[in-house]
Ligand binder design. Structure first.
Ligand code: ATP
Ligand code: MG
Length: 273
């Protein structure tokens, strides 16, 4: 393996997407990529927010993802990465700023309404139902759908074959990496137009981390933009089209994954040199 396994992954190369021809997890008629008229596909723009009546945690913070891209948020513990994700998903009251999806201001919508609009979110903690089986978890993910979701479930099983094998097992009995697959699979069951992942590789071995990143790239290649928080900053920036370094609730550095990996300040402070 080279030092930069994803460096030439050709994120705009749609020909490699869906290589097995199994049908996309995307809703049909995904069409070509084209920039949203109002800017990025999903953006939390200049967000200032905190919990309840507590102090501001986010200060004019902006995170976004474009069509066909993977955007990665990194930064120290307590920097506000999860808070930023929760703000974009509508779990906090915003004091300033707004959230736009495909050009539409959705700042006032509940998380449920955002799911209906096409947002999928895998939170950092409590992201599966441990006492339910793998398959029940996926079924729960499809809660907003009134149509037949068996095809989507088959696509999730194609993406994560181990889940098919373990579909009748309680999700809580699975390994850390497998649980994260359940969580991502659950979010895919709504056929999201954009997927938000908060630390999808938390607590897994480097090999499992690589595998999860490969699957995440595969999802991105089906046409679902991905906005993801990662503690494995270096590896995540290697697969990122866009990267955000957050510090104390503020944007400290923003650039392409490559730019951030090459930035001496970012390297010294956040990537261990
Ligand atoms: N539910 C909550 N109520 C009040 N304050 C909170 C809550 N969740 C987080 N905070 C505070 O918000 C700040 C940012 O936390 P957040 O979880 O967003 O950081 P993070 O960057 O995701 O950290 P980590 O890398 O540890 O996941 C911290 O000071 C934290 O104590
Ligand atoms: Mg967090």
């Amino acid at each position: 393996m080279s030092n930069d396994p994803y460096g030439d992954r050709g994120n705009k190369d749609w020909s490699v997407g869906n290589a097995k021809g199994q049908g996309s997890i995307m809703p049909k008629a995904s069409g070509k990529t084209h920039p949203a008229p109002g800017g990025p596909f999903l953006i939390g723009d200049c967000m200032t927010a905190g919990y309840g009546a507590g102090p501001d945690i986010l200060h004019d913070c902006t995170i976004a993802v474009d069509r066909g891209e993977i955007a990665v948020i990194v930064g120290p513990n307590g920097a506000g990465k999860s808070t930023g994700m929760k703000a974009v998903f509508g779990m906090l009251d915003m004091r300033k700023g707004n959230v736009r999806l495909d050009g539409e201001d959705i700042t006032g919508l509940s998380p449920q309404d955002r799911v209906a609009k096409g947002m999928g979110f895998v939170p950092q903690t409590s992201n599966i139902f441990t006492s339910m089986t793998v398959e029940e978890n996926l079924e729960m993910g499809a809660f907003i759908r009134r149509d037949d979701f068996r095809d989507t479930m088959a696509q999730v099983y194609d993406l994560f074959p181990i889940l098919k094998e373990k579909r009748l097992q309680a999700a809580g009995e699975l390994s850390g990496g497998q649980r994260q697959q359940v969580a991502v699979g659950r979010a895919l069951m709504t056929q999201p137009k954009v997927l938000m992942l908060d630390e999808p590789t938390a607590g897994v071995s480097p090999i499992v981390m690589d595998e999860l990143f490969d699957r995440i790239i595969e999802v991105a290649r089906t046409g679902i933009p991905i906005l993801m928080v990662e503690q494995n900053a270096r590896q995540a920036l290697e697969i990122a089209d866009k990267g955000y370094v957050l510090v104390q609730g503020r944007n400290a550095f923003t650039g392409t994954g490559k730019e951030l990996l090459a930035d001496p300040e970012v390297r010294k402070s956040f990537l261990g040199g």
